[in-house]
Design a protein around this ligand. Structure first.
Ligand SMILES: *Cc1c(COP(=O)(O)O)cnc(C)c1O
Length: 378
């Protein structure tokens, strides 16, 4: 199946019993048993729910995995994956990882004895150096947020193989339409489905796919034990969102390329971060491991004041955290998504006060460019 056909026909489609073309929302917590222990595949909705199951089959197929899982948020998915590890275990992670991921590792899981080291994973040598005899996994985001740094997933797989580590990839930014980490050797791929997969700014959710029966069993045990599952209504919204994921990503990327090239030529913009630009240091690797460059762009306008000014002037970019929706969103990472990262660490990472991040939506790019133009020039 080609990618856009897959968005429609993969996983479980419709309802066998009634012929309903749309998977029904099974809004139920429990299931009648025909006799004690005699059930029809479902006992209790934390353990399994048919609508959630249809979504889990779908993400499994989209990521070419063995099994899929749906959680109540991206963070619930990440936390559940980390529960595969034990006290004393160590994880090497991308340094400009999502702020919430940094927070759960350094403020919550660290208390339980799961430690982490953050390095620039764009440089494989830094990953090698960070590995200790306690290391169990390499955890990668590519592209990253907000600097859109690219990590070579095939190189990460080579390192993981040498040290017998799990390779975990947060694929939120590129989506299963553009990038397939499991095909490149990852063991676990996850998404904040709140973003592109849902795509309409109306649901918070997380999705995971794994590449082995063993991991599938372990993660299902944790999902059922810890209980951070996605409800049937929200599962249905994601199935609906995925149907147009391919169309949206194509439109978003076209817009992003137009906007990135406009920003690159603008005198008031000091720097543009977009992996689709040939000048981006990760451009060739991105091209090699993904089918597209996505819709996230960051650019530096030089100061916090200049950033504030621009934010007040834009009309089509909604000032909001989050990303990946049909409407274009704008944010200042230093004050919003990355505020939970201490200032000295932000400076270390290069997340300047004048850095603006945009998530390009599906509007006409002429309108988006005209909007940015007037906001930059006034
Ligand atoms: C938003 C986000 C998360 C967290 O997901 P939630 O759905 O907000 O819990 C994790 N990783 C990345 C890259 C994200 O953008």
């Amino acid at each position: 199946m080609k990618p856009r056909t897959k968005m429609i026909h993969a996983g479980i489609t419709g309802d066998e019993q009634t012929g309903a073309v749309s998977v029904p929302i099974y809004q139920t917590s429990t299931y009648k048993q025909d006799g004690i222990g005699e059930h029809r595949g479902y006992e209790y909705s934390r353990t399994g729910n048919p609508t959630r199951h249809a979504l889990e089959e779908l993400i499994k197929d989209l990521e070419n995995g063995v099994s899929g899982f749906a959680f109540g948020s991206g963070m619930a998915a990440i936390t559940s994956i980390m529960m595969l590890f034990n006290s004393g275990d160590h994880v090497v992670m991308t340094d400009d990882v999502y702020g919430g991921t940094y927070r759960v590792m350094t403020k919550v899981l660290s208390r339980l004895g799961i430690t982490s080291t953050f390095v620039n994973t764009s440089d494989p040598d830094q990953v090698k150096e960070a590995i200790t005899d306690k290391t169990r996994a390499i955890y990668i985001e590519t592209p990253t947020n907000p600097l859109l740094k690219i990590t070579d997933l095939r190189k990460m797989k080579e390192i993981a193989n040498v040290h017998n580590l799990l390779l975990v990839v947060d694929n939120t930014f590129n989506t299963p339409y553009w990038q397939h980490p499991l095909d490149l050797g990852a063991d676990i791929v996850l998404h904040s489905a709140t973003k592109y997969i849902g795509g309409h700014s109306d649901v918070v959710s997380g999705l995971v796919a794994v590449n082995s029966e063993k991991l599938a069993e372990e993660l299902h045990f944790i999902q059922n034990s810890a209980g951070g599952v996605l409800g049937p209504q929200d599962s249905w919204l994601l199935i609906r969102g995925i149907k147009t994921l391919g169309l949206r990503m194509e439109a978003i990327e076209k817009g992003a390329k137009d906007v990135a090239s406009f920003l690159s030529d603008h005198p008031k913009v000091e720097k543009v971060y977009y992996p689709g630009l040939p000048s981006h240091p990760g451009h060739d690797i991105a091209k090699n491991q993904s089918d597209g460059f996505g819709g996230m762009i960051s650019f530096d306008v030089g100061s916090g004041e200049a950033a504030d000014h621009l934010l007040k002037k834009v009309r089509y970019f909604t000032l909001a955290e989050s990303l990946g929706a049909v409407e274009s969103l704008i944010s200042v990472p230093a004050k919003m998504t990355h505020a939970s990262i201490p200032k000295d660490r932000r400076d270390e990472l290069g997340i300047a006060d004048g850095l603006i991040r945009i998530s390009v939506g599906i509007e006409d790019s002429e309108d988006l460019i005209a909007d940015l133009k007037q906001a930059l020039e006034r």
